[in-house]
Ligand binder design. Structure first.
Ligand SMILES: [Ca+2]
Ligand SMILES: [Ca+2]
Length: 452
């Protein structure tokens, strides 16, 4: 069951995410609506009769975080939340870029709320963030030169500098850092795997892996801890993009390429590989410019986006199923994240172009896969309590255990009596407790929450 906010004139067919999988006779479409009460009275009655389908209900954030400045006009367009990463170091921590004014923030959740530390270098801007285990890293780019650096956010020092492109994607394991530089070579893209050499206390790069033409190779990167493989998204490759896998045997050797299934053959430019996440034996790949796979139900729509699920079966990465939004420009799959706790996998997928009461408020779709299950089930729809036009929630998402963090870099700060400061950006934290996400109503903290 999925729900989307829609004008009062919404019809049932416009209220769902489509689910499709191999052998399926067609998408199952279910209706609901968060603002579309005329539709959703029916849907609510229906869902009450079928409790197992009460899963796409909208839920707002447990916590909303803005960067710690006072919002003077100079902070317009800082776009906090452009990229986010969440982890846990005795307390929940997250990292976010704010590329419009340069820099990177690290927040940690204490009993007194979020406490921030920021790095705002004069001549560089923060480009991407990543965390895993004890490691927290971010990329910086020099103004005007596109030469990059990678820093540790735990210790606030540069790990290595002078890399040959702007870091656009990072992944980290103890002693290994993968850097995607999709703009390298006029957009061909390059990926470097750095390894820490303890003897000389230095990070050394494997020979670079390069893309071709305007593939954008390295737009997304991930190391698969199960196989030891490297996965690299190249959304400009071929007709619709690809994810290339590499096995390591003294050097990186091309393995299989993940491609969209044949349903996507009739379109081009889907940007498959824009985003990428790996957890256990599953890989999620975002294709935010995918057009709706038209089955004769509803109406065609461009750029609804898609998230496509692959499962490793003895190093094969087989396609399993995909999900799409329904409306033109929703851009599902702009970012994806996977997490795992107590045997259940949690998938979060951003749709920054979704219109939930206003244009491009954005939202985040969630799905789970329980122990022994083979098909993903759609769960609650994560939205912002204060959503506004152009906020673009879901531009970035990350998951750690049962916590989802999502960036809305287009969020505007508006205070009565003051002019609005546009595109300051905001970050939302959603808490998954038991089988559901909870919001301010359940936590008893209504300060950053308003029920739709
Ligand atoms: Ca839109
Ligand atoms: Ca805005």
């Amino acid at each position: 069951m999925s729900v989307s906010s829609h004008p009062m004139t919404a019809t049932a067919r416009t209220c769902s995410v489509r689910r499709s999988y191999p052998g399926s006779p067609g998408p199952s479409e279910l209706a609901g609506g968060q603002l579309a009460f005329s539709v959703c009275v029916v849907a609510l009655l229906w869902t009450l009769a079928v409790p197992s389908l009460l899963q796409g209900q909208p839920v707002t954030e447990a916590d909303r975080v803005v960067a710690p400045q006072t919002f003077t006009p100079e902070f317009a367009d800082m776009r906090f939340g452009s990229d986010v990463a969440i982890g846990y170091q005795e307390q929940p921590v997250f990292l976010s870029t704010a590329p419009g004014i340069g820099g990177v923030y690290r927040g940690r959740r204490t009993s007194h709320g979020w406490i921030f530390r920021g790095l705002l270098p004069e001549d560089m801007w923060g480009s991407t963030v990543a965390t895993r285990g004890a490691d927290e890293i971010f990329g910086l780019v020099e103004h005007g030169s596109a030469v990059g650096e990678v820093w540790s956010a735990g210790t606030w020092h540069s790990l290595f500098e002078g890399i040959d492109g702007a870091p656009g994607a990072l992944d980290v394991f103890p002693g290994v850092i993968v850097v995607g530089m999709p703009g390298y070579g006029n957009g061909a893209g390059r990926v470097r795997v750095f390894r820490y050499n303890a003897k000389f206390d230095i990070w050394l790069s494997d020979p670079p892996l390069d893309g071709e033409l305007s593939e954008g190779f390295g737009t997304s990167v991930a190391l698969d801890p199960g196989t030891g493989f490297l996965l690299v998204g190249a959304p400009g490759a071929g007709d619709n993009g690809k994810v290339q896998t590499f096995a390591y045997d003294g050097s990186w050797i091309e393995w299989v390429a993940l491609l969209p299934p044949p349903e996507f053959d009739s379109q081009s430019g889907a940007a498959f590989g824009t985003s990428l996440a790996v957890e256990e034996d599953w890989v999620a790949v975002g294709a935010p410019a995918a057009n709706k796979i038209f089955s004769g139900i509803g109406i065609p729509a461009d750029d609804v986006g898609a998230v496509l699920m692959y499962q490793d079966d003895f190093l094969t990465y087989d396609f399993r199923e995909f999900f799409q939004e329904m409306h033109e420009g929703d851009a599902l799959g702009t970012d994806v994240a996977l997490g795992s706790v107590e045997g259940e996998l949690l998938l979060a997928v951003g749709s920054p172009g979704a219109d939930l009461g206003a244009a491009n408020t954005g939202g985040v779709r969630t799905f789970t896969l329980g122990p022994g299950e083979t098909m993903w089930t759609e769960r609650q729809h994560l939205i912002a309590s204060d959503r506004g036009q152009g906020d673009a929630l879901g531009t970035s998402v990350d998951v750690f255990e049962r916590r989802v963090v999502a960036g809305a870099p287009g969020w505007d700060y508006c205070d009565p009596g003051l002019l609005c400061v546009a595109d300051v950006g905001s970050v939302y934290v959603f808490e998954h407790v038991g089988a559901i996400f909870i919001d301010g109503f359940e936590t008893g903290d209504l300060s950053a929450w308003s029920a739709p």
